[in-house]
Design a binder for this molecule. Structure first.
Ligand SMILES: C[S@@+](CC[C@H](N)C(=O)[O-])C[C@H]1O[C@@H](n2cnc3c(N)ncnc32)[C@H](O)[C@@H]1O
Length: 280
């Protein structure tokens, strides 16, 4: 495998993008870095002559990749396990096999294995990590047996965390069939029973009634639209909100008579813990 590389500015790219995409069979990678105008362009070629043709026609350079380039790349992608308080560790499965999922044992944290997949939610993203931490802190002193709903469940990570923190009934909802099948596969992988995953639009279903905690890692406009459904809910963990929309979200919570208890911020993201009129 050979890698063609070129550093170019946006005007050069727009003049050559369609031809590069055509000759790479849509395999052109465009890498932009924060605070840099120049872009790095890359095309993987199966032969030396193809990569040399690119250099001849468009400039740049080519390099031969080591035989084990894929393994080196995936090893580089391995991330540290994500610790959530003292009760949970989320492990993104690596290329060398999955660590065995475990439940609580003698004061040790429970391990959840969430392989990277087409669905969102390995815990890498700030919105998921902040939601997991709020869920852990909120439920730390709760007696087992409470109920939870995970709206926009993705891989199911928040639903599984709720189960591991002591929830009895848990519902996970997503509009994307791939997310629902991934979440079900992750339930089997982690040997977690009793999470009901439903393929549905959160606008059209209302699991809020008598639910102790609802986690919704969605986006601001959708959260504002569905907030009236949560009037009679217990606790809410709302995530996927960008900082400029914090004011709008907090105003919408006020209109719905939901009280803001805590706001967590990380980078451009915020996560809100709010409280409805019922529940624990
Ligand atoms: C940001 S991801 C969150 C995934 C996971 N809960 C987490 O915290 O990592 C948002 C998820 O919401 C789902 N979603 C978006 N709009 C939806 C809707 N109207 N109804 C149900 N699910 C929706 C997406 O398919 C996606 O899986």
């Amino acid at each position: 495998m050979y890698l063609w590389r070129k550093i170019a500015g946006p005007p050069w790219l727009s003049a050559h993008k369609s031809i590069l995409e055509a000759c790479s069979r849509r395999g052109l990678a465009i890498i932009s870095r924060p605070k840099r105008k120049q872009l790095q362009l890359e095309i993987a070629c199966t032969s030396r002559s193809d990569s040399r043709k690119l250099v001849k026609e468009f400039g740049g350079c080519t390099e031969k990749l080591p035989r084990d380039w894929l393994k080196r790349f995936t090893d580089g992608q391995k991330r540290k396990p994500l610790k959530i308080g003292k009760r949970l560790v989320v492990v993104r499965a690596g290329s060398d096999g999955f660590p065995a999922p475990k439940t609580f044992g003698a004061g040790k944290p429970s391990v959840l294995v969430i392989p990277a997949s087409a669905a969102f939610g390995t815990g890498d993203h700030a919105t998921t990590a902040m939601s997991l931490r709020l869920l852990e802190q909120l439920t730390r002193a709760w007696k087992n047996g409470w109920s939870a709903a995970d709206l926009g469940t993705g891989t199911g990570v928040l639903a599984f965390a709720a189960k591991r923190f002591g929830a009895q009934s848990v519902v996970g909802i997503d509009i994307d069939p791939t997310a629902i099948s991934t979440a079900k596969a992750n339930a089997r992988l982690n040997r977690i029973d009793g999470v009901n995953f439903h393929l549905a639009d959160v606008r059209k279903c209302n699991p809020a009634h008598a639910t102790d905690v609802i986690a919704a890692n969605l986006f601001s406009d959708l959260l504002i639209e569905i907030l009236p459904n949560f009037k009679r809910s217990g606790w809410l963990i709302l995530s996927g909100i960008v900082r400029p929309q914090e004011g709008q979200l907090i105003a919408a919570l006020g209109r719905t008579k939901l009280n803001v208890v805590r706001v967590k911020r990380r980078g451009k993201w915020i996560t809100i813990l709010a409280r409805g009129s019922v529940g624990l």
